[in-house]
Design a protein around this ligand. Sequence first.
Ligand SMILES: C[S@@+](CC[C@H](N)C(=O)[O-])C[C@H]1O[C@@H](n2cnc3c(N)ncnc32)[C@H](O)[C@@H]1O
Length: 312
Amino acid sequence: MVVVEEEEAEAEVLVEIGSYGAPVRLVCDSSEEILLLWAIQQPTLSKHNAFVRQSSLRLNVDACGHRLSIFQSPSSMVRFSIFFFFILLVFELGNCAYCSFGTIYVLSLHSSSNGSIPGVTGAVMWDSGVVLAKFLEHAVDSGMLLLQGKKAVELGSGCGLVGCIAALLGAQVILTDLHDRLRLLKKNIETNLGDGDLRGSATVGELIWGEDPDVEFIEPLPDYVLGSDVIYSEGVVMDLLVTLRQLCGTQTTILLAGELRNDAILEYFLEAAMKEFIIGRVDQAQWHPDYCSSRVVMLVLVKKSEKMGCED
Ligand SMILES: C[S@@+](CC[C@H](N)C(=O)[O-])C[C@H]1O[C@@H](n2cnc3c(N)ncnc32)[C@H](O)[C@@H]1O
């Protein structure tokens, strides 16, 4: 970790972390970071899903001289909402003398939009995926990141845009997700990377956070671990951290883009992650200029070596 500059007035430290070549703001205190993020970016005031249309079957994104066409499966979300609606209906009817349809409907939508049930999220794109994908392109173009020939593992790939762009930028990417997400993922890779004009490579594998990873993911350990909108539920944070720990060596750089939709979940993640990782926040000035969003945060993480921290 190289300390570049200390801004005393704001008590912010700029550092270079891992293989990302530009200075980022060191995260030293999780609750302060959350206060700062919500105060500066005011995420709830800006447009939700500015770069995606979750109701459409395809999302077109131009990157690396290609037009990528990413298939989505919005019906999975609708099917799930209807299924969950009826489960709750039966439950409430069985348990209460009275039953409010409004309560049930709001509960079902809240649950699915929070993405708290694995297997349902990932069927459509989220802004942070587009932001991370375009950030990779911009960072490579501006010389801040080198992906050519590097091994990258993407966690919770969903529709696969981030991994596809990393492969176009020269990385040897393994896109991963839960088993029932892999069909859509494979379809998107075949559709977008099948013509042979590829600097890197892309394969797909099942990787369940918290479980022992297959040998292909860790031998050798990846140079990069990528993830967009993977910090979306308190229930997955600890498993996600187990997987990050398993995949990261001293030479691994983690790049995560997160949606600023729930301060408590992000704080929970930061607090736990800071025990083992050095975390930096990438300023929006370093993102792709056309793909900035105040509802998204970009983080760089590296595993702490002995006696490393904010004081060092
Ligand atoms: C909110 S989606 C984000 C998808 C995609 N990265 C994006 O930005 O559009 C979260 C992703 O994490 C995956 N996921 C959730 N829990 C998981 C787990 N325990 N192990 C592996 N993947 C998981 C989901 O299947 C889903 O694809």
